[in-house]
Design a protein around this ligand. Structure first.
Ligand code: CAA
Length: 243
């Protein structure tokens, strides 16, 4: 893949774009230059019609130990505010349309946990350790943790985790198969499926159902709908167009 300083990119399996956070000396602490590279790599994979799923991973010891505390320590309110510190991190959640998977082993703390939560699916090894320890640094989560962790585990549990900063473990073992499976489906269908599931978080049930129906109708304008349904009737495996 392209050459970066703080990340590695490769196409692990056909159709799967793999991004490995690679700042081992700092346990993959997410400094601003790392995020610039991550966003660049995400945009490139998202624009690549041969990539159907993106996996973000770290090392065995750390997915990411958080935002870079040494970079943040001298920040002032005015510089954080005027430069909109951390805002570029939202690129993954706001702009990337390809399904994303966080494959987590070891520490996923603070911003590392928030980065995982921004992905569509989180898979973790038995050593995966999550936490929002910002309270111990005299601050609060700054990259969506108070919102997404609450959506993921409910208000009471999220409140406890964010107020105590205590770690929690991942429940499910990592499984690469899922990314390849998603990548094997119709590109237009997976992008639409991701979009409608996300809409359920923002729209009323009635609006969400209507939104889903519109997009469902739209898919009858795709080649893959014909390919998929004809293949079923002919008892064949569909060969998606990746249009
Ligand atoms: N930022 C900068 N450097 C970090 C870092 C971070 N988040 N996490 C680890 N490092 C560095 C350490 O300073 C150390 O560097 P040196 O060798 O130069 O001293 C190196 O990585 C290895 O770390 P440790 O020696 O601490 O390793 P350990 O195995 O003893 O402990 C750990 C591992 C428990 C994860 C510990 O490193 C730790 O507590 N890290 C900080 C976790 C944290 O508080 N994260 C939240 C950050 S705030 C945030 O993310 C804000 C936000 O919401 C966006």
């Amino acid at each position: 893949g392209a050459s970066y300083e703080h990340i590695l990119t490769s196409s692990a399996k056909p159709g799967v774009g793999l991004i490995t956070l690679n700042r081992p000396k700092a346990l993959n602490a997410l400094c601003s230059p790392l995020f610039t590279e991550l966003n660049d790599a995400l945009s490139k994979y998202d624009a690549d019609k041969d990539i159907g799923a993106i996996v973000i991973t770290g090392s065995e010891k750390a997915f990411a130990a958080g935002a870079d505390i040494k970079e943040m320590a001298p920040l002032t309110f005015s510089s954080a505010y005027t430069n909109n510190f951390i805002a570029p991190w939202s690129h993954l959640a706001n702009n990337i349309r390809t399904p994303t998977i966080a494959a987590v082993s070891g520490y996923a703390l603070g911003g590392g946990c928030e980065l995982a939560l921004m992905c569509d699916i989180i898979y973790c090894s038995s050593t995966a350790t999550f936490g929002q320890p910002e309270i111990k640094l005299g601050v609060i989560p700054g990259a969506g943790g108070s919102q997404r962790l609450t959506n993921a585990v409910g208000k009471s549990k999220a409140m406890e985790l964010i107020l105590t900063g205590k770690n929690f473990s991942g429940k499910e073992a990592g499984e690469w198969g899922v990314a390849a499976e998603i990548a094997g489906y119709s590109r237009v269908a997976t992008v639409a499926a991701k979009e409608v599931v996300n809409k359920s978080q923002e729209l009323s049930l009635r609006e969400g159902v209507e939104y889903e129906r519109r997009l469902f109708h739209g898919l009858f304008g795709s080649q893959d709908q014909k390919i998929g349904m004809t293949a079923f009737a002919e008892k064949k495996k569909p060969e998606w167009s990746h249009e």
